[in-house]
Design a binder for this molecule. Structure first.
Ligand code: FPP
Length: 275
């Protein structure tokens, strides 16, 4: 449930950041590439899995803060299709952390009116993980606050392939389907949700790593050097403030330039590509 005031104790750095956030202009959808768990562990001479374990606390704080702030959608990239290349023990730990997180946090998610939804080819995961995810979906199905997507066994390219397959299946079932951007968007795992306004990547890496490839076409990107296990609500607030300072043009011209009375009609159709 949105309650920005409950995000920060008065007099704290978080309260100061919050006071500068324009609550009427929040990004509707924030997506996060959680990166740097391994490096966080290495800096402490710990096994990599300890970085993932510490990353769970960052997930907990970020999800709660995002809901309190009033974001409508939060998408976290937890496990990619490519992550199967990691050592078996690391994959096993990640799956167990996920199950443990959900078992422990379900009540908190419900209390905050957060609706949980895995995205990706998550039904191909171990049956024990699938069962836990299904329990999470069922328990939060009635929640009407923030939608919390976890990308699991996810790949942006696979998502586009799966969308194409479902469109072909509609054709095969005899339905008339237009092949256009709207049809593709509503065939994605994120159907019905707005595209991310803001994409955050931790640990300083400048890559999109096969994440929400269709949906991030016009997302603002913030890369922070903070390693994921150190990420907390203040970093989310900093990212939102950065976002609010950006001018979004969606391929058009800036607001000031657009005010120019002499601006001619667009020379190309409005849905054509632009940078
Ligand atoms: C990237 O760090 C992180 C991951 C591949 C997994 C993220 C998982 C968690 C935060 C914990 C469990 C998640 C949930 C939702 C409870 P990396 O290992 O690639 O770091 P490195 O680049 O420093 O090696």
């Amino acid at each position: 449930m949105a309650d920005p005031g409950s995000l920060a104790e008065p007099g704290t750095p978080e309260a100061e950041l919050l006071s500068r956030v324009d609550l009427a202009r929040l990004p509707r959808h924030v997506a996060i590439i959680m990166d740097g768990n391994g490096r966080w562990a290495r800096q402490r001479h710990l096994p990599r899995v300890e970085g993932h374990r510490a990353g769970v606390a960052a997930v907990r704080d970020t999800v709660e803060a995002a809901a309190r702030l009033g974001l409508e959608h939060l998408t976290l990239y937890a496990f990619s299709v490519e992550n199967w290349k990691r050592p078996r023990a690391e994959v096993w730990t990640l799956m167990n952390l996920l199950k443990e997180y959900l078992r422990r946090e379900i009540d908190t998610l419900v209390r905050h009116d957060i609706r949980f939804a895995p995205i990706g080819r998550w039904r191909e995961l171990d049956p024990s993980v699938v069962a836990t995810l299904e329990r999470g979906i069922a328990a939060t199905a009635g929640c009407r606050g923030m939608r919390f997507n976890i990308a699991l066994n996810y790949s942006g390219r696979c998502e586009i392939v799966d969308a194409c397959r479902s469109i072909v299946a509609e054709f095969a079932a005899g339905r008339r389907v237009e092949i256009d951007e709207a049809t593709l968007s509503r065939s994605l795992y994120t159907a019905g949700q707005p595209d991310p306004d803001l994409l955050i990547r931790t640990s300083g890496e400048m890559r999109v790593s096969n994440f929400l490839l269709w949906q991030i076409a016009y997302s603002e990107i913030r890369v922070t050097p903070v390693l994921w296990p150190d990420f907390r609500r203040r970093h989310l607030l900093e990212a939102v403030l950065d976002f609010q300072g950006r001018e979004r043009r969606f391929g058009g011209v800036g607001e000031e330039a657009g005010d120019d009375a002499g601006t001619p009609e667009p020379a190309v159709r409005p849905d054509a590509a632009g940078a």
